[in-house]
Design a binder for this molecule. Sequence first.
Ligand code: FAD
Ligand code: A2P
Length: 272
Amino acid sequence: MTDMPASTRPATLLPDAQTVTEVKHWTDRLFSFRVTRPQSLRFRSGEFVMIGLTGENGRPLLRAYSIASPAWDDELEFYSIKVPEGPLTSKLQHIKPGDEIILRPKPVGTLVHDALLPGKRLWLLSTGTGFAPFASLLREPETWEKYDQVIMMHTCREVAELAYGQELVANLRADELIGELIGDKLFYYPTTTREDFSHMGRVTDNLSSGKVFRDLGLEEGLTAERDRAMICGSLAFNVDVKAILEGAGLREGANSDPGHFVVEKAFVGEGI
Ligand code: FAD
Ligand code: A2P
């Protein structure tokens, strides 16, 4: 195969291959990358797909990944953890522009506008790489057309882990087109729990104590009439946030039955 002249070589050796166009490392545990988008791929901002590499047995090694780019983008962006012994990410973290990854073009997921009833305030609640689907939704014009206020809460242990989200929000505000759509609707509330930062504390605590409402100057309390939410974090995070929302009278929705909030796991934890 290597002796074949480039012009006669097959374009790809992988099924459903896409080419990496950009890679950015944020910390020793987090990176983001962009790949070419299959022309036929249609998805709704907030959905996820299966992506991966060829495993040691020669078969595809695939994992679920939220598409972090919006539905209108020419390329696809992903925001990823690096698990040192992780079957996929121990290898995926070494990809470079020009490399190929596998991308199964079958987007699915519940963190989509269609799964929510109309409302006034949208809460995007995340920890860690759970920010990824919201990186898509924040860049989606529909988000800004549908809501008067969008509150983006993102909590990580340390400050450096917030960088991807911080840069994305700064670019969003500065963007000529989307920045105008956003106007004064975006309330960004990044916090840390294990390193000093301007705002600290778990999403759950900041919601329950009312701190986030006071800090952002928002009308206090959650109501089924006004508030909608999307949740994406660890299973424990999702369970705890869901309890708070249900305690305020909000009902979980799905694609087939829109409601007041929707939930998706950012990853499947140990032993679950
Ligand atoms: P795995 O064997 O899959 O995981 C090993 C262990 O690492 C897990 O048991 C868990 O404890 C930990 N872990 C895995 N993923 C994460 C994570 N994201 N954050 C913190 N700890 C983790 N991962 C992303 O990085 N970005 C995404 O956008 C993303 N979207 C997902 C969407 C869905 C619906 C689901 C179910 C998972 C998603 N994941 C995402 C997790 C992803 O599918 C893989 O688990 C991850 O890429 C690690 O793969 P691995 O083979 O290296 O390790
Ligand atoms: P904490 O540092 O207080 O545990 P992790 O890296 O363990 O996935 O956690 C990411 C962030 O999510 C951390 O800031 C962590 O806070 C927070 N977190 C973990 N579990 C929960 C939970 N059940 N409810 C709210 N926040 C959580």
